[in-house]
Ligand binder design. Sequence first.
Ligand code: HSE
Length: 428
Amino acid sequence: MPAPLRLGLAGLGTVGIGVVKIVQRHASLIEARAGRPVQITAVSARDRTRTRDADLSAFAWESDPVALARRDDVDLFIEVMGGADGPAKHATEAAIAAGKDVVSANKALLAHHGQALAEAAEAKGHVIRFEAAVAGGIPAIKALTEGMAGNRITRVMGVMNGTCNYILTRMDSAGLPYEVVFEEARSLGYLEADPNLDVGGIDAAHKLSLLAAIAFGTKVSFGAVELEGIGKISIEDIRHAADLGFRIKLLGVAQVTGRGLEQRMTPCLVPADSPLGQLQGGTNMVVLEGDAAGQIVLRGAGAGEGPTASAVMADVIDIARGSRLSTFGQPAHTLATPVPAAAATPAAHYLRMTLLDRPGALARIATALGDAGISIDRMRQYGHPGAHAPVLIVTHKASPRDIAHAIGRFAATGVMVGEPVAIRIEEV
Ligand code: HSE
């Protein structure tokens, strides 16, 4: 009988317990698929006394994840603790130093230290895999590294933070303002301990930077992601965008253009009838585009016990089968240093503003746009009782720099009430 693959599991939160349940519930199915038994031998978590929804009595206990990573009866170290530094990093480094393979669900750790960790592991002939770190149960990494291995990847997009998508779609469907839905999300337990990881776009940007590294064969460059959260999205913009046939999403886009590697995690308008526009609630979507395959759309649960543990187990079973796939789909030392794009690809933009309703007001705005080289595609002025006119403009393609330049000149027109809003419209 082939030797079992022995797992050391660090972290017994939602994901860790999900892993325990799958290993216990599907032992024979996993053995059949992997060609050998897969067993948990030891576990580690901060608090041993906490009541947990799984039987852990058969496993050795380590209070220190570093000690767990070094145990002789652990072949593969699973890190589902979280955190970019601290215990997660120390234990992962200890596992690599001790010659273990690693499976991680930790996007923050990989976005910041993935290059160094992968190089260290691969230098010793070991692997780090992280399917669970990107979009939970969606097999996005497998799709890129295996399913699309024969393609030049042209673009990667995604809605990869379920909490943000929940907030935006709930604002839309219930007509509630951001602040109210944010508190609702908090009371439902949807927000990370630091909510800015979610609503500030950081969590989703971690994931995008990992996909970009695989897609374009470049070192992870999380620091180069253009980042803007959803905190400024108003119910007015959601309504007006819908009126024009769009929905607002916190959308990640990575592509290589003549300008270099472009990585953006920003609110964007997408057509309401596109797969991204149709995405509701806490669900995630990853869109992969290759020169041979065309566009592949993957939709599923981006978080939660079952989906995230499912992705952890996909990596575990791959390793049990003997797969030695590199962390980023090619040896980490061969990844190129990316040249970050100095400017984003031109795009149509949605502009919303309130103007003083007097002769020539619109003409002044049109002139400011024209002077910046921006052409108007569509325009709508809404009926209004008072002296302030709500105006929407959709531009033809323009560089974000030109849009910012034009907006900078709006103030000098003397007809602007309050601050204008500009949101990119992504072609999806
Ligand atoms: N807070 C994340 C989300 C969980 O809402 O998608 C997975 O990273």
